[in-house]
Design a protein. Structure first.
Length: 108
């Protein structure tokens, strides 16, 4: 199951230095809802290597404002406490694309 990121816990997760994948979403977003099971699968698949979670922009807004999230779903990748700018996905993505980007994150 994916982590439920909030403004209170997301900064701590990023600062941990572990690889982190954040799915910015909302309940009214059809593509976001369709991607939710994929995000949950990936969270289980990579549980020992990557922190994968969802950040609901309806409930939280600090991180979405900081990273200028203009459309959802948007997926950001972090490693060693830093945003990996080359790994940013916007729009609905197939599982294979997400896996490929997670593998790139782990290889950094």
């Amino acid at each position: 199951m994916a982590i439920h990121f909030t403004d209170q816990n997301v900064k701590e997760a990023i600062a941990s230095g572990k690889p982190v994948v954040i799915d910015f979403w909302a309940t009214w977003c059809g593509p976001c809802v369709r991607m939710a099971p994929i995000i949950d699968e990936l969270a289980e698949q990579y549980a020992d290597k990557v922190l994968i979670g969802k950040y609901n922009i309806e409930e939280e807004n600090d991180l979405s404002t900081e990273y200028r999230i203009m459309s959802i779903p948007t997926i950001l990748f972090f490693k060693n406490g830093e945003h990996v700018r080359d790994l940013r996905l916007a729009g609905s993505q197939p599982k294979a694309t997400l896996e490929a980007n997670i593998e790139k994150l782990l290889a950094l």
